[in-house]
Design a protein around this ligand. Structure first.
Ligand SMILES: [Ca+2]
Ligand SMILES: [Ca+2]
Length: 431
């Protein structure tokens, strides 16, 4: 089906006088919002972090596209940043052609040096057959951004502003005077990123053009690497949606925190047996090799039984609100720390088993305080005083603290004499 092109001479090149407008050189990725301070329970995973919520490429506020270009045996990746906010319908339309596969094995079929180079109209179906890119409905025109050098815009039918379908072009020069108003204005919906114009597009625009209109009416200015319509001679392209940023992660202490990355989502998990703080380091790279290294601390909490208890009853490891040690969510007068010490349910007053006092008949000079040592990481001391008004008068002098039974039940014995005497069980957090 493909025939050699028999026309002898290439069309002579003509350059439009045009002011060259270049965009700023590549800008490196930036951290635009601080990563939250992360505190992990021992053995627990942090909520996944979507890194695009914190890092961005200032050059690519919207969708990023990679156009892989083949010219002869050379290949190169051209990157485009789309203007999703300014031209939403056009960007959605362009993305749909990529997602459907319609922009696979396309080629530049029209080249006008100093003006534009055009694509999106035709594709190879095999090495020897080609066809028109299957088009969806024409889209509403969205003009507004100027057709400057390096921008990309949609091609249209003459005299119909709302006729763009699949064909798009790259502005090789400042075409604003010609294209911003003509036919309702040509919709700019993105631009070539970084050095792509100088390094790739300008090279393509210098490829010799031929008049192959005898073969296809639209190919009267087609750039070919050699004067024959063999597939190898076309400037072939494949477009794909890409993430504007890629990431790598390392952790200073990987025994404390493990990190994994899946499509821009960072997952961190704390060690089940260690506690402490370490630093997570992220290397962010943009499409053109610009990089940023950022770091943030991650704390892994102790795996103490008390913290595990708090997690069990309150689904948090934080010592705040109803989970705080002094809090009393079941309003039974027993604060959480003592509930933990006694092995009772802090959310249910009915289950509490408070210490009990009795006076021994033999020997009659002793009281007992019976309670349960339910926690292995608390210190328990039974104390007495005869003067409740003096908080410094509590003492354990003379008290036999007792030995816990297998279930933690403990009987302390306290000397008893006539007169008032107060008892208390004092529990404290051991270091
Ligand atoms: Ca960049
Ligand atoms: Ca309570």
């Amino acid at each position: 089906m493909i025939r050699p092109l028999t026309l002898g001479a290439a069309i002579s090149l003509f350059l439009l006088a045009g002011r060259l407008v270049s965009f700023a050189a590549n800008q490196a990725p930036e951290l635009y919002q601080a990563v939250p301070t992360l505190t992990l329970a021992s053995g627990a995973a942090a909520a996944p972090l979507t890194l695009s919520n914190y890092l961005r490429d200032p050059d690519v506020p919207g969708t990023a596209v990679r156009v892989s270009v083949r010219l002869g045996s050379q290949t190169a990746d051209l990157y485009l940043g789309l203007y999703d906010a300014a031209a939403p319908l056009t960007v959605a339309n362009f993305k749909n052609y990529i997602i459907s596969g319609a922009y696979a094995s396309n080629f530049f079929h029209r080249s006008v040096p100093g003006f534009i180079i055009q694509n999106g109209g035709f594709r190879f179906l095999s090495d020897t057959t080609y066809g028109a890119v299957p088009t969806s409905s024409a889209i509403q025109n969205e003009p507004g951004i100027s057709n400057l050098r390096g921008t990309i815009a949609m091609a249209k039918l003459g005299g119909d502003p709302n006729s763009a379908t699949s064909q798009w072009f790259i502005n090789l020069a400042d075409n604003s005077a010609d294209l911003d108003a003509q036919n309702g204005g040509f919709t700019v919906f993105g631009r070539v990123l970084g050095d792509g114009m100088a390094n790739i597009v300008d090279v393509l625009a210098n490829v010799t053009r031929y008049d192959a209109s005898a073969f296809n009416a639209a190919w009267n200015e087609i750039p070919l690497n050699a004067p024959s319509l063999a597939r190898a001679n076309f400037i072939e392209t494949n477009a794909a949606l890409v993430s504007p940023l890629s990431f790598q992660v390392t952790v200073d202490d990987p025994t404390l925190v493990t990190a994994s990355l899946t499509e821009g989502v960072l997952q961190l998990a704390g060690s089940a047996s260690l506690a402490g703080q370490t630093t997570v380091r992220l290397t962010t790279t943009d499409l053109e090799g610009g990089g940023l290294v950022s770091s943030f601390p991650v704390t892994v909490l102790s795996s103490s039984p008390r913290i595990a208890w708090r997690q069990t009853y309150f689904a948090t490891t934080a010592d705040t609100g109803t989970a705080a040690d002094p809090a009393d969510p079941d309003s039974d007068g027993v604060p959480n720390l003592l509930e933990y010490a006694l092995g009772t349910d802090p959310n249910s007053a009915a289950s509490n088993a408070l210490p009990s006092v009795s006076r021994l008949t033999t020997p009659s000079a002793l009281l007992t305080l019976t309670y349960k040592r339910a926690a292995s990481d608390l210190a328990y001391v039974v104390q007495t005083t005869t003067n409740l008004a003096d908080s410094s008068s509590w003492t354990a002098v003379g008290v036999d603290q007792g030995i816990p039974a297998g279930d933690g039940t403990t009987i302390a014995t306290i000397p008893y004499t006539t007169g008032l005497r107060f008892l208390r069980l004092h529990v404290s957090i051991t270091p």
